[in-house]
Design a protein around this ligand. Structure first.
Ligand code: PEP
Ligand code: MN
Length: 625
């Protein structure tokens, strides 16, 4: 049952409620949602529900209707984020687990691990104890395989996942593995589930071959009832009459699981389809449907794989899939977790390394502004994210060593470049070390109960007005009032408390101030994206280097820009952006900002850089990322 406590409940009253529930032998979970405090209690109680309702401090008691309790959303309205070492699964970042079906040798594991890591996987999978249909098939390397996984973690920094097939393996698995997998065939092995629940490691629980959602959630309940709520549910295809694919992927499990439980859900398209060429389409669909992650089999020589070769992607196919997911994720409000920024090291020590404190990232604006959302998607919860008053102060904080990172918007797909930031990049010698695309979905936010007819005034950032022009033009007599950023607009309407005032901002800002979303998706064009950059004082030494940004000026003579562009063309370098900005104090002279594919600091492109420096008057690398 769920006990909703009265507003302003006293600590003694809470203690009393808790001690009665404990006396009844209940498992207790306490949570606060908005202004409410809720105590969830699971177990057979001897007293009538009315008894609990009459306890001092209790507002109401709601019986839990579902057979699973601890895993139900009712018990825990917020999403659970599972922490696998430094990887967070279940938040705004999509986690991809990749690797072979089974660990076959050190060389095989290490070679695949390097490739999947380069493509952006943050966890490595590999079976050491394989549950095989035939007793004569390869059964896995056992502890030897686990040792190899530990070496993979050591050498690549990837966290590792492996399957446990019997409770007797717990002692050895615990020594080597970061994420314990319970296989489909063992979903209802209750002793195994209890044992996994007691290991104190996150658990990935696969759905059984013919298990209903409810049976699957009841199995998760076993793990949680042992005190471990770090459980990830994995849909891997179920048995149906269809024989074309190995199993039938039940994509509808994603929204259903998201509704019924707070636990994250990942999709395994490899075992679901059993066919290599079907894996990527299903993986893309899973992310579009809201999955928190994927677990994918990859093998560098699938023809020689000891198990599941036909469904294993070649590393190049996996890389292409990751590129596709990178593009799809922002559409559904998420990002791929490349997992490098919170672990970033730079050539100049980061400020947090000097102080020994947590890493700190700053953005301009207020909490829940779009820049805050971008920053939260970049960094895990290990990084402290804080607002500063202006774009310039973001640069100053980074330059002066007060912040490890800054997050700045560079351009919007509808309204173009944020010129101030292009100019500031020139003023401050900082480096771009990462980029992220955020989909901008605008919501109309107002006081609870406000009708569109009641609205007199709307507050927001001018860019937001611009992006919502069609919607605003349909409204009669609304006064538009500019604010510094969208989150400030929401705070203002909250503070002013005037029911005729509304704001345009991200829906997350409404939740922060206890306001309502009156209408969502009011931007004229749904393809509304802002590209943000992460800046740091130094060069990052352990991040991706697939793209570079440069800025240069040329002499004011005919063909001088052409001469520089020719260098890129002749060397097969693909430009993805070219923009000019006036040079301050030199009318009609321009700086050119160039983004290109590839690492401009790599030895292969050294000649390009040398030629460029001959043909330019000023040249600086803004970053490779
Ligand atoms: C596996 O992940 O290699 C595996 C055996 O999966 P499942 O339990 O889903 O069959
Ligand atoms: Mn497999």
């Amino acid at each position: 049952m769920i006990l909703v406590l009265k507003h302003g409940v006293r600590e003694e009253e809470k203690d009393h409620v808790r001690s009665i529930l404990r006396e009844e032998g209940c498992i207790i979970r306490e949570m606060t949602t908005g202004d409410d405090t809720i105590i969830g209690a699971v177990g057979q109680v001897s007293r009538d529900l009315r008894f609990f309702e009459q306890l001092p401090g209790v507002a109401k008691v709601v019986p839990l209707s579902r057979p699973y309790k601890l895993v139900s959303r009712e018990m825990h309205p917020e999403d659970t984020v599972v922490q696998i070492g430094d990887v967070e699964l279940g938040g705004p970042r999509i986690v991809v687990v990749a690797g072979p079906c089974a660990v076959e040798s050190r060389e095989q594991a290490m070679s695949i691990a390097r490739k999947v890591k380069d493509a952006g996987a943050v966890l490595f999978r590999g079976g050491a104890f394989k549950p095989r249909t035939s007793p004569y098939s390869f059964q896995g390397l056992g502890e030897e395989g686990l040792k190899i996984l530990a070496q993979v973690r050591e050498e690549t920094g990837l966290r590792v996942a492996s399957e446990m097939t019997s409770p007797g393996q717990a002692d050895v698995i615990i020594k080597y593995v970061d994420l314990v997998q319970i296989g489909a065939r063992n979903m209802q092995n209750f002793e195994l589930l209890r044992s996994a629940g007691r290991m104190g490691k996150p658990v990935l629980l696969k759905r059984g071959l013919s298990a209903t959602m409810e049976e699957w959630l009841m199995s998760a309940e076993y793990v949680l009832s042992e005190g471990n709520d770090q459980v990830i549910l994995c849909e891997r295809g179920i048995r149906t009459f269809e024989r074309y694919t190995r199993n039938t992927l039940d994509l509808s499990a994603i929204p259903i699981i998201k509704k019924l439980t707070h636990l994250p859900v990942v999709i395994d398209p490899s075992h679901a389809t059993g066919i290599r060429e079907k894996v990527s389409p299903m993986a893309r669909a899973a992310i579009a449907a809201g999955a928190d992650g994927l677990i994918i089999e990859v093998h560098h020589e699938p023809d020689k794989a000891f198990s599941d070769g036909p469904q294993s992607l070649y590393p190049e196919q996996f890389e292409q899939l990751m590129r596709d997911l990178y593009v799809i994720a922002p559409v559904v409000g998420k990002q791929l977790d490349f997992g490098y920024l919170e672990k970033a090291t730079t050539d100049q020590p980061l400020p947090s390394v000097k102080t020994g404190g947590p890493k700190r990232a700053v953005f301009a604006g207020e909490m829940r502004a779009f820049a805050h959302k971008a920053a939260s998607q970049f960094f895990g919860s290990e990084v402290k994210i804080e607002p500063v008053p202006s774009f310039r102060s973001v640069y100053q904080e980074v330059k002066n060593g007060n912040a490890d990172f800054g997050v700045i918007p560079l351009e919007n797909s509808l309204t173009g470049s944020v010129h101030e930031n292009y100019d500031l990049l020139l003023d401050y010698e900082v480096r771009i070390i990462g980029e992220l695309t955020l989909r901008i979905v605008h919501a109309l936010i107002g006081h609870p109960g406000t009708q569109l007819e009641d609205v007199k005034r709307v507050i927001s950032h001018p860019q937001a007005f611009e992006q919502c022009r069609d919607f605003l033009e349909q409204q009669q007599g609304w006064e538009l009032v500019a604010a510094r950023d969208t989150a400030t607009a929401v705070r203002r309407i909250k503070e002013e408390g005037n029911p005729g005032e509304v704001a345009i901002a991200a829906k997350e800002a409404a939740a922060l101030y206890g306001l309502d979303v009156l209408k969502e998706g009011i931007e004229t064009n749904a393809r509304n994206y802002t590209r943000f950059a992460v800046i740091a004082a130094g060069r990052i030494t352990n991040g991706p280097r697939g793209k570079s940004s440069l800025v240069y000026s040329t002499s004011n003579t005919p063909g001088s820009l052409y001469d520089t562009l020719k260098i890129f063309a002749e060397n097969g370098v693909n430009l993805v952006k070219l923009e000019s900005r006036p040079i301050h104090g030199k009318p009609w002279e321009y700086m050119f900002y160039v983004d290109l594919e590839g690492d401009i600091e790599a030895p292969e492109l050294q000649a390009v850089m040398e030629e460029l420096s001959e043909k330019t008057e000023y040249l600086r690398i803004l970053g490779t990322y």
